[in-house]
Ligand binder design. Structure first.
Ligand SMILES: Cc1cc2nc3c(=O)[nH]c(=O)nc-3n(C[C@H](O)[C@H](O)[C@H](O)COP(=O)(O)OP(=O)(O)OC[C@H]3O[C@@H](n4cnc5c(N)ncnc54)[C@H](O)[C@@H]3O)c2cc1C
Ligand code: SF4
Ligand code: SF4
Length: 416
């Protein structure tokens, strides 16, 4: 469905809200303006995250958001074209097959560029297959919702990244009251290090003389990037051997360096890989999320997640690099001959499983604070939730008095 052009904003990932008939809703619904996670978590899950509840270890909700259960998971029969085994699109397919929803709104590939996301409204289960796999970039997903509701598609599922899920949840009540939304299932993906599709093509060109043949790329939990090509080749590149120092300092936009919800805390279920030790990682956040997972029955193999290694040293090293990089990419300048050795050691002695996921969430919190303080310090007070400061505190980044929100800063719902 065609949508209007968005206004220019420095911190905006074009989630689609600014292209609707009420773009002024961005002011109260945007993750980058004045998010209120405790209130939104209460609205969606019935309670805010609790540092000492849920998950396998005390403290997991501080890192991962409200949880009912957490699993290492994989489909018994991985689906062709899926990013991992295809749990995400299979959940949506099951919703359509079982008649629980009228449509799924998610990102498919653009017809002219497989790496460019394009919002699609899927009403037939068999059409979910075309949406499998990861695209790099943004596209106005939420602009599809009100037109879909107008067409009578009133029971919806949305698959989305965190900076799309926050505004979706912020307008959910209004969608129910004014636009006839009857039910909403939200399947969330964790998200970090996204960039514009054009920039991602530049990155592919550094990895291969034939970037046009690369059909799959993933940053794996064993510290390697996996690449697959159209002619069936697979290549693994250790993170430390990536050509990051050849990328421009602004390769990742400020949005993706400063966003505050890595694990998609407002989804009903989050499907990622970080805590999955080579498999997928499923975070069930509420009863609706549990019902969603139940739709997969025996198709999915679930095991309790595990954890190994110690994250503190790796996170401290990341912070030191980040501070040295002074706004550029936190690449490690080590002699070329040491890199393969360290790349071999990291998957063996570095944090693994849930400890890897905690490390990445803490790194993201540190990155948010370092970049925002440097580039847009006035935003820290309104944009950074308290839990991000709690994650950063053990590494010496402490909330300054002028970074504490005043009572008057409390946001209102856009639907009021
Ligand atoms: C930009 C990006 C960054 C990510 N970073 C992490 C990370 O750091 N850690 C982690 O654990 N997981 C991350 N993920 C999620 C991970 O890559 C897998 O998508 C997830 O584990 C689901 O795998 P699957 O096999 O179940 O997905 P599939 O069944 O293959 O389905 C993939 C789903 O992703 C959606 N999608 C694809 N591209 C986009 C996009 N650009 N924007 C919004 N939706 C999209 C598709 O619509 C589809 O529904 C990221 C995903 C994206 C899109
Ligand atoms: S709500 Fe969406 S469209 Fe509006 S400013 Fe935020 S990211 Fe951009
Ligand atoms: S990294 Fe953050 S801001 Fe960037 S696309 Fe992902 S959720 Fe959105």
């Amino acid at each position: 469905m065609p949508v209007q052009e968005p206004p220019l904003r420095r911190l905006c990932t074009d989630c689609g809200l600014s292209r609707t008939a009420q773009p002024q809703r961005c002011g109260q619904a945007c993750q980058f303006i004045r998010p209120d996670y405790p209130r939104m978590e209460r609205q969606v899950h019935g309670r805010p995250r609790d540092e000492n509840a849920g998950g396998k270890a005390p403290g997991d909700e501080l890192h991962f958001g409200p949880l009912q259960a957490m699993w290492q998971a994989r489909l018994r029969r991985p689906l062709d074209g899926a990013q991992w085994t295809g749990i995400t699109t299979r959940l949506a397919e099951r919703l359509l097959e079982s008649g629980a929803v009228d449509a799924v709104i998610c990102m498919g590939p653009h017809p002219q560029d497989r790496w460019r996301p394009q919002p699609v409204v899927v009403t037939r289960p068999q059409d979910m297959a075309a949406c499998r796999g990861m695209r790099m970039g943004y596209a106005p997903l939420l602009a599809q919702i009100e037109p879909a509701l107008r067409q009578g598609l009133r029971r919806l599922a949305v698959i989305a990244i965190p900076c799309q899920v926050y505004p979706l949840r912020a307008i959910e009540e209004q969608l129910r009251r004014e636009h006839g939304l009857e039910s909403l299932h939200v399947i969330g993906l964790p998200c970090s290090d996204n960039t514009h599709t054009e920039r991602f093509h530049d990155f592919l060109a550094l990895l291969s003389p034939r970037p046009q043949d690369i059909r799959y790329l993933e940053f794996r939990a064993d510290y390697q990037v996996e690449i697959r090509t159209d002619n069936g080749q697979q290549r693994l590149i250790p993170f430390l051997q990536l050509p990051l120092s050849d990328l421009p300092a602004d390769f990742f936009p400020t949005t993706c360096r400063t966003c505050v919800d890595y694990t998609n805390a407002l989804a009903d279920v989050t499907v990622g890989y970080m805590g999955g030790r080579g498999e997928q990682w499923v975070l069930v956040r509420n009863q609706r999320g549990q019902q969603l997972l139940d739709l997969l029955g025996d198709e999915v193999l679930l095991t309790p997640p595990s954890s190994a290694g110690q994250r503190a040293g790796a996170v401290r090293g990341f912070l030191a690099n980040l501070q040295r990089a002074a706004g550029g990419l936190p690449t490690r300048r080590m002699p070329a001959w040491v890199r393969p050795l360290v790349a071999w050691l990291m998957p063996r002695i570095g944090p693994r499983g849930l400890e890897f996921a905690r490390a990445r969430v803490e790194m993201k919190a540190l990155e948010t604070l370092v970049h925002l303080r440097r580039d847009m310090p006035a935003r820290v007070r309104s944009m950074v939730p308290a839990h991000v400061f709690r994650l950063a505190r053990p590494y010496g980044l402490v909330q300054a008095p002028h970074e504490r929100p005043a009572a008057a800063d409390s946001p209102r719902s856009p639907s009021r």
